[in-house]
Design a protein. Sequence first.
Length: 254
Amino acid sequence: MRVLVQRRWPVSAIITAAAVVIVVAGCGSGPAAGPAPSEVPADLLMSPDQLPAGFTPAQLSVADLVAANRGPIESARSAAFAPPECRPTADADLNPQLTAANSAVLAARSDAGSLVELVSTVRRDIDADIRVTTGRCATTTTVIGSGNLRGARIVTRYTEVPNPDSGDSESSVQQSSAMRSTVTTTLTDGAVSTQIGFAGYAIVAVPGAAPVTVQLTVGGEATPATKPPSGATQPMTDAEFAAALGEAISAAAR
């Protein structure tokens, strides 16, 4: 059997809730009375020339990202997680709060996958991300309870990525986490699809303003669901992702 998996954007849930689907994804130097909030996050995104090699900008709005996240988050509510304490919560808490007034996104594509950077004045619960991707939760099993993937069994293995080198901005990072995930989905007929992705999160201090959430997700291409399975390819190396996250942090802290 061969099931083609449609290519989509890597939503912000690519790591903590990647096991739910086979997809995947004021100016900092100004005073508090400066630019309106809607202008702040966009000024803190990476510039196109800071994107990793091979990635070119693509169109994606905050509304698009919120809508793309909604499906995986809803699927997670009815899914069974093992260990049960590894059920993700950070994306479900963050997603409804994101608007064009408090957040901005940068999207890009390459031959190997898709990238999304989000900068927001809404604070992400990075403690929750760390809790559900490390220790007992470094390997999780999810069984989908609803939708067209009902009954699918998904095993996600998380590997910590080295801390990014943010240069002079390193002292601005209040908290961070970066993970690579390998997601293996077994459908009810035994066909298997695999996908490798990255997600990095940071709370970054911005001069003259409140801290912002910076998150970067990179999703590789999912293999077609086949029997026997085929191996997935990483969209970039761990070091390249750490460097890209470092660029995103530096851009926000400038």
